[in-house]
Design a protein. Sequence first.
Length: 629
Amino acid sequence: MGEQINITVTDLIPPDNLATIDANGKLGNAVSKNQFNLKIQNIADELDEKILQIQQQVETDFKGTLSPQDAAPSEDGSYKPTISSKDNIDVDPVNYGTLYVNAGNLRAKEGYDTMFYKKGTAWTKSENKKPDIDYNTTTLNPDSISKAETGKTISKYFKNQTILPRQTSFLKEDIVNVFDKSTSSQGYLNQGVFASNPNYLTSDFTPCQPGDIIRCKTYINWACYDDNKNLVVYDTVPGSAKEFIIPDNTLIAYFRIDAPISEKDTMMIVINIPYPQTYVGYGQNDIEFGDDNFKNLIVSTIKNNQLALREKHFNLLDTSKLSDGFFNSDGSINANPAAKLTDFIPVQPGKTYYAPGAWDSGYFDSNKGNFQLASGTGGTMVIPSGVYYMRVAIPASTLTPTSMIYEKTQNPVDFIPYSLASIISTLPAEQLRPLSSSIRGKKWGNIGDSIANFTTGYRVLIPTMSDCDMYNYAVDGGSYAPKTGQTMVISEEYVNMSNDLDIITVHAGVNDVSGGIAIGSNSDTTNATFKGALNVTYKGLIKKYLGKKIGIITPIQRQNNSDLLPYVDAIKDVAKIYGIPVLDLNAGCGLCPDIPEVKAAYFDDIGLHPNRAGHKVFANKILSFLESL
């Protein structure tokens, strides 16, 4: 050790404790002031965390799990069901699930996050649909897919071999065939009402919008339904037909069509695009990439029983899955080592494929059944109608390390390894898009008035678009300040919102205008005035949700909007005092009900409440606002 000096550290170490350090302050047995302060800070942080956990446990009203056999709890609180199932879903598609007799005869459904609430003798529940798909996030975080929009594909995106999760923002999906055979039903539409019949099939409820052009090879009847799947309009088309247009009716949200049962394996329904020349299976929508590392990253991180993506190969020959043999005429395999038989290869009817020679091979339908012998092809295979898979018996003598099977139109110049592939999504767009949202899985609580509470409005659209969990505290007639005949006062009721919300928004103000509430001043501290109620609400939310994301949404435009403008300005002024972000829908919702055509298409008769189509106009704006908080 170098030269030593003696010091006494009187502020941190007892005076009788002598410590030594070297002259350069690098060695010795003394505890430095920085080390001591850092240790104290670590202890304080751990203590603060424990205190916060205890506070959260004390503040919550959750009392524990509740099974169907448990007696009714004796104290008020929230109780989580222990079981859920699909009981009675066929009998009653709305009210199914496990029955909790001692919790007000409420039910817990499979696939939903449910909580029962008891207050006095009254029971109620909240339920939020869980995401339909789930990633193994050890390699790829679900939020890393930061964009997924319809109608575009981009290939050769990556320029280097380093692929970070955030670089997956180029993913695009272009949906084609919306007919899902697995959800269709045997039967037909009798004046829009489903009737069982083994000779026909009927598509499931498929989302649509007025003006959409629906195309299909053939159908007999079609019908349109509202958000609750109640019949709105139907039509009967004698004989075969190819297209129809969704009527101009804002109630319409879904359509169904029927067709002969013989169409089940090749049926396609497309919306607003030309009818495909060759069969495209449900969900077979290209999402392309140009770097093989991306395939390894994505495919390996999706659970096997919840595949969202699959591969589309340019070279269809996977030599790792070759087996000995060729096909006999009855579909059995002659295990002759002189031939190498491929696994099932996806093909399309009418297209031509090339293989390096072929003995007796096999064609199959979309279910890999209905074997047809393919003999004498010589390596050039023209796919017959109704065939969607083939297995090729290649002479072992013709196989080389660069052998390929490919669609004739490609005519590759160089060898393409089997591992080079595109990614094909097997999910419809409405299931893929929520993966892009930064609020996926977050708890969003919204308190407000009838526009916020609209049953088919943005409060149900946004969870579908983002996979967030929505907690609705809005009430028709709700206002910031008390008024005559009031049903809910936001400046008083916000305290009853759940304590564990991640995102909190307030969307109100119209009823304060109609109630004649005085605007008041920024310094008002009671809810007797509008600005006073804003102060009480915003300050209270900040205290209640420290560190959480809080946002304010102004009322949208209404007819005679000038009466509303001073209240909109007041909302922005007071929110600015507290540094709370504001989404000014009054200035930017995209709807002006003073224009008769806009009012007729997007509002009710008085030009105040937007209909479902109106909510669709600004739902994306609210979602973007929530994601920006």
